[in-house]
Ligand binder design. Structure first.
Ligand code: FRU
Length: 679
């Protein structure tokens, strides 16, 4: 987020006053209508807007959670650091604002450390200071730089360093410093994102005040969206004793598999100077454009042997966008077919001369409207349409390939059609090629920490005691695509459950696994346990369950002897449902929230999200955490996670299996009611 706002002088006064007030603790009993959506075991600010977790650090029995906070409103703006502490990562005490927007400098995301050796000199009375390292975002000019502040009273009050900024490269986008102590080189290391470059920059310091540049990592993995909120830490490899590998986390502003913002990571090594990728990290694959018979590449003047009707395609190939059209890219060479001549309203068609179908694949680039039969590319054989494809309501062209093995020896004709006058009433196409190989887009594989839509800006806690030894983190449970519209009042946004991280060695390489922190099990109340194996019986049993609370934890292990899918449905008395489906054919775990309650506040909110997950010896294991307005699904002991908001109006929760097919057997089904007393 780089939205600029200007600060009014009065704002500073108000902000200063605000910082003196403790943030009221959340009240579940409030009469406000949407308090029914207030999460009970996920952190929320008492009031107002929250985004990224910041400055997470453990000190003297307290887990600190600072967070991007707007003291004035329920939308993003006036960013400051809110503050809360917990002794067990489940129940949180709200504290006064820690760092306040001041003098036209917003406090953007960053980290905090305990400076045990007092390298900074901020310590007092032999006690180490807590030091926060954050981005100063200037509201009056395009600048972001790194600044520090310190606390000598367990994070309760903070002093901004008089020598700020401590790192400034004069860039408008340069943010979210994560600082760690690197024991082998006895240095502080800062990972900081250079969002537009899709890079993480590494710096080193002896005292947290002077920083020198070490190296840069990236672009790599997912580069569609800007890079934000990096983290760098060693993690234990499961079952290997003490073996550790380094993980570099990079949150991306868009392009995540579920859509919008998400969290990717890289596994490798950090030697105190640079991060290098593990050999097992999947390699990028370049675009494949097969050699073959080119049926049309539209590089010259006019349409050659192709015949135009109507107005929409004009008299010659386009060179990109036409008139007021959005940018058109992804075509090859300098020309393409584009039916935007005369805008969406105009119609027309282009038809090729007949050709013999004598190769296995017909590939082409397509973009534009998603109207079946109306904005499309058709292949006709003997006058009949045998293949058809539309655009995806996006101007960018991308590869489409048809297998045409079954049509060998026949005569085909291609037609590009625009018979739609409304929105997206146009089609873009280019480079028709008949070849024995299909065309493929370039692919840069990425690893994703979460496959749901609501897990962003995840970063880990610093200074967890060695005797504990865990790597713990959490993420912001929202998505920049709709975060500002989620209809909860008087707060907006929650954090995910804190999770313990490990690496697991899998056939496809090192994979990050996540489990809810074990402390949550202390809040398990009544347990419901099913003892049979049959799904039909399980459904009868589930029908009789009554849960005294919507706060539930589910543990489910299933064994499959077939290929059919299985769906567990979570429903309310108003028949609002979320489906968790496992499909052995696709090897995927799917979460569907299209009928989950309030979905109408943003068109991007409803959806189905899919995580790749194989059966393990024919088994699948699921853990579900259900709070009042969220569902987190962990598959096969945390190998995949799907984090999802849901906004049901109903108060009760029930479960049932769809398609109780005989090829699935239950091995374990336990449901706990969670009881979270107020602090
Ligand atoms: C990520 C982010 C950060 C920035 C903060 C501003 O969600 O855009 O890059 O520091 O939010 O609130």
């Amino acid at each position: 987020m780089t939205l600029g706002t200007t600060s009014h002088p009065l704002t500073h006064l108000l902000l200063a006053l605000l910082s003196l007030l403790p943030m009221a603790a959340s009240s579940a009993d409030s009469t406000l209508p949407t308090e029914t959506w207030r999460p009970q075991f996920h952190f929320t600010p008492a009031t107002n807007w929250m985004n990224d977790p910041n400055g997470m650090v453990y000190y003297e029995g307290e887990y600190h959670l600072f967070y991007q906070f707007n003291p004035f409103g329920i939308r993003w703006g006036h960013m400051s650091w809110g503050h809360a502490v917990s002794r067990d990562l489940v129940r949180w005490e709200h504290l006064p604002i820690a760092l306040l927007e001041e003098n036209g400098v917003m406090i953007f995301s960053g980290s905090a450390v305990v400076d045990w050796k007092n390298t900074s000199g901020f310590g007092q009375d032999g006690k180490p200071p807590m030091v926060a390292i954050y981005t100063g975002h200037y509201t009056t000019k395009p600048l972001q730089n790194q600044q520090i502040a310190y606390s000598n009273d367990r994070g309760r009050t903070w002093t901004k360093y008089a020598g700020n900024p401590v790192l400034d490269i004069g860039e408008a986008d340069f943010r979210d410093p994560k600082v760690i102590w690197h024991e082998p080189t006895q240095k502080w290391i800062m990972a900081v994102s250079w969002p537009q470059h899709r890079q993480v920059r590494f710096y080193a310091s002896a005292n947290l005040k002077q920083w020198s540049h070490l190296s840069d990592f990236g672009p790599a993995g997912s580069t569609t969206g800007i890079w934000e909120c990096p983290d760098l830490f060693p993690v234990k490899v499961e079952g290997s004793g003490q073996q550790k590998k380094w993980v570099l986390v990079v949150n991306v502003g868009s392009g995540a598999p579920a859509g919008g913002s998400g969290c990717q990571y890289f596994v490798g090594d950090f030697d105190g100077n640079e991060f290098s990728l593990d050999a097992s990290f999947p390699k990028p694959q370049p675009e494949v454009v097969p050699n073959g018979l080119i049926l049309g590449d539209f590089e010259g003047e006019g349409y050659g042997s192709w015949k135009a009707t109507g107005e929409a395609f004009g008299t010659s190939p386009a060179r990109g966008k036409i008139g007021g059209q959005q940018a058109v890219d992804g075509f090859r060479g300098t020309g393409l077919l584009n039916s935007f001549t005369g805008g969406d309203k105009s119609q027309g068609s282009l038809t090729s001369t007949p050709f013999e179908i004598n190769r296995k694949h017909l590939s082409f680039l397509i973009g534009g409207g998603n109207h079946a039969d109306k904005t499309c590319v058709n292949l006709r054989v003997d006058g009949t349409v045998v293949r058809s494809a539309t655009g995806d309501n996006a101007e960018r062209l991308s590869w489409k390939s048809w297998s045409v093995s079954d049509l060998q020896g026949k005569k085909g004709i291609l037609e590009v059609v625009d018979r739609e006058q409304g929105g997206w009433g146009h089609i873009n196409a280019d480079h028709f090629v008949l070849a024995d190989e299909p065309a493929r887009p370039a692919h840069t594989p990425a690893l994703w920490a979460d496959w749901g839509r609501d897990f962003y800006a995840a970063v880990s806690w610093s200074d967890i005691p060695v005797r504990d030894g865990r790597r713990l983190w959490l993420g912001w449970m929202s998505n920049w695509e709709y975060a500002n519209d989620v209809p909860t009042v008087p707060w907006r946004s929650a954090m995910s459950i804190p999770r313990e991280l490990m690496l697991r060695s899998t056939p496809t390489g090192m994979t990050l696994v996540q489990r809810p922190v074990r402390e949550l099990a202390n809040y398990r109340g009544k347990q419901h346990r099913f003892s049979g194996a049959s799904l039909v019986k399980a459904n009868q049993w589930l029908q009789k369950r009554e849960f005294a609370t919507p706060l539930l934890e589910v543990e489910l292990e299933l064994q499959s002897r077939g290929t059919e899918g299985i769906t567990l449905e979570l429903a309310t008395e108003r028949n609002e449902t979320v489906e968790v489906r496992y499909d052995p054919g696709r090897s995927s775990l799917i979460l569907d929230r299209t009928r989950s309650g309030r979905i109408d506040f943003h068109e991007k909110f409803p959806g189905r999200y899919e995580a790749p997950l194989g059966l393990q010896e024919g088994k699948i294991k699921l853990n579900l955490l259900i709070d009042r307005s969220s569902l987190e699904v962990f598959g096969n002991d945390g190998l995949v996670c799907l984090t999802s908001l849901m906004l049901p109006e109903g108060k009760t929760r029930t479960f049932r299996f769809h398609e109780p097919v005989g090829s699935w057997k239950i091995q374990q089904l336990r449901i706990w009611e969670l009881q979270i007393p107020k602090l």
